[in-house]
Design a protein around this ligand. Structure first.
Ligand code: GUN
Length: 299
């Protein structure tokens, strides 16, 4: 059997970023508007530092303004809420993102729900989560949106496909389930207590791995020809003490069985940031009563 088609997230993300940069250019020249993104992190988690720096850097590269703030781990929740409220009221800021996870002394639900829903570019606010579940127009979480674009670009119409999602987080598993339901897939959400997980995965035309466990999904769990989207980014230490990034799927096994598969890195990751920029352009247009730009051709 030939190896699976590689779903190159870098290529699709670059295309999306180009369209975004053109739209940002148009907003500046026609409407004198520059989308502004605020990226807030609390603490010094090294992975979060890399992610937030990258988000701020890429928004600037697309012609937006970005405010990147890192607050000390011991910052109180009240101080974070005050900061968010100031950003909510700041007209130069169109989108606000608070990087997760937050330190233990904070209630992430309270923090997220303090972000103005109109500026919630992560789509995590209760109102946007509710809109997604009820099929209404709202802001969609970036990683799930990126996965959906990759799937539609690879498979075209998803109607009727059996989709199995391994992982039920609010950030990835649950929202991707909603997006795939909206595409008329038959969706199963599996998790750590699911029985006969391997057997369930083998029934999937579309398998989304979002569990955060390195290489947990083995080649033998994959239906021949299935599309596999690997959301995991796990850093593992090899026998020679070097570290490398692996996904939640055992790639070297899966690539021999799947029909199409995302690599790690270079699959879903680049799409997350591109979709964040897209959301930032969307909210800027919404806040100024402009029609929503077409940033991705409907496939
Ligand atoms: N932590 C892991 N993924 C994400 C994300 O997409 N957004 C935020 N804010 N935090 C995260």
């Amino acid at each position: 059997m030939t190896d699976a088609q590689l779903i190159d997230g870098k290529v699709f993300a670059a295309r999306l970023r180009n369209t975004i940069a053109d739209t940002v250019n148009w907003l500046g020249s026609e409407h004198n508007l520059v989308p502004g993104l605020a990226v807030l992190m609390v603490g010094d988690d090294p992975a979060s530092q890399i992610y937030t720096r990258n988000k701020a850097k890429q928004s600037t590269a697309a012609g937006m303004t970005s405010l990147h703030e890192q607050l000390p781990t011991e910052t109180s929740q009240v101080a974070v809420l005050k900061k968010i409220e100031a950003l909510n009221n700041d007209l130069s800021i169109n989108g606000i993102l608070v990087q997760l996870p937050l330190p233990d002394q904070m209630d992430s639900d309270i923090v997220i729900d303090t972000i103005a829903p109109t500026k919630d570019v992560d789509g995590f606010h209760l109102l946007n989560a509710g809109r997604l579940v009820t099929g209404r127009n709202g802001l969609t979480p970036c990683t799930p949106q990126g996965c959906l674009i990759l799937l539609k670009e690879t498979l075209g119409d998803l109607e009727g496909a059996n989709a199995v999602i391994v992982g039920r987080s609010n950030i990835v598993g649950k929202p991707i389930a909603q997006l795939l339901l909206r595409e008329n897939c038959t969706v199963t959400v599996a998790h750590s207590r699911t029985r006969n997980l391997a057997e369930l995965c083998r029934r999937a035309d579309i398998l989304v791995a979002a569990v955060g466990r390195p290489e947990m999904i083995r080649g033998g769990w994959i239906r021949p020809g299935a599309a596999v989207i690997d959301v995991g980014i796990n850093r593992i230490v090899g026998p020679d003490n070097t570290t490398r990034l692996v996904g939640d799927v055992a790639f070297s096994e899966a690539v021999q069985i799947a029909g199409a598969i995302t690599p790690v890195p270079g699959g879903v990751g680049p799409m997350t940031v591109a979709c964040l920029l897209a959301n930032c352009v969307r909210v800027t247009c919404q806040q100024h009563g402009l029609p929503e730009p077409e940033l991705w051709p409907a496939t």
